[in-house]
Design a protein around this ligand. Structure first.
Ligand code: 9D3
Length: 258
């Protein structure tokens, strides 16, 4: 799939796309990221991409004209690549704006992106935001990372790309870690331990050294359920509602009074 990223800071993306397990997905073009520097679409004289808001107030607004020229270039490049491809598509590309006013990103949305052949056009805002007329005409979805304030949409875009890339086949060494991901069954993860067996006088839970696979699985599930009940009761309620808990899970929770 292809992601086109419109940003004032394309250099911010390049190092991250070359690191870690997700690098495989980006370098193989399984997740094909094309970066577009918004300043390249400014009026040549000043390379200006922002101006003061009508009506006054603090901060600057991203100008509609450079944004529209950049988006037109992206649409043209995607159409050209699509016509050249073996299986041209008919669905229009989603245009995603990262914005504090967007809907929070979820693993369900990440999974949907990872299964969509068309990918998306990602727009990273800076300053106070974009001219609303651009949003109204072109943006199909606004996504936030949560209720805290960042200085722009670049880190949210990188976050989405990372989350999608690690779901590509062959990117994680162990395919099972997908299914064991926190949130794929709606629960938090269990604790993990490795060598040394004793560190600063502290051992590891003895069940993990017992070699009893069924007991280990039961202990881990219990850890997941209790951690989720204590830290994220909202997630436990959701897992209950969605029927993701087994009869054994429910029995254990009621035994623990959760
Ligand atoms: C008081 C008005 N501010 C909104 C909270 C203005 C504002 C702050 C920060 C406007 C834009 C930004 C830049 N943030 C993003 O572009 C952004 C973001 C974020 O700040 N938090 C969580 N998710 C995201 S996605 C994009």
């Amino acid at each position: 799939m292809r992601f086109d990223v419109l940003t004032l800071f394309p250099e911010l993306f390049e190092p991250s796309l070359r690191l870690g397990v997700t690098r495989r997905a980006f370098e193989s073009r399984q997740v094909d990221v094309q970066l577009w520097g918004l300043r390249d679409f400014a009026d040549n004289a000043y390379r200006r991409v922002d101006d003061r808001p009508f009506g006054g107030g603090p901060g600057m607004v991203m100008l509609i004209d450079p944004l529209e020229r950049a988006l037109a270039a992206v649409h043209a490049a995607r159409a050209a690549a699509d016509i050249a491809s073996a299986s041209p598509k008919t669905t229009p590309s989603p245009v995603i704006l990262f914005s504090p006013a967007g809907r929070p990103l979820t693993q369900a949305r990440v999974q949907a992106f990872s299964r969509s052949p068309e990918g998306a056009i990602l727009i990273c805002g800076r300053y106070e935001g974009l001219d609303q007329r651009f949003v109204d005409r072109h943006v199909t979805e606004e996504i936030s990372l949560g209720d805290f304030v960042l200085s722009g949409g670049e880190l949210p875009a990188l976050t989405l790309l990372d989350a999608v890339a690690r779901l590509m086949p062959g990117v994680l060494n162990d395919e099972k870690s997908h299914q064991q991901d926190s949130f794929s069954d709606g629960l938090l993860d269990c604790p993990h331990y490795s060598r040394p067996e004793v560190h600063a006088g502290e051992g590891v839970p003895s069940v993990l050294m017992s070699g009893h696979h069924a007991e280990i699985a039961r202990w881990r599930r219990e850890q997941q359920l209790t951690a989720t009940a204590r830290r994220r009761p909202d997630l436990l309620e959701k897992a209950r509602r969605e029927g993701l808990l087994s009869r054994q899970d429910l029995k254990l929770l009621s035994k623990l009074g959760l």
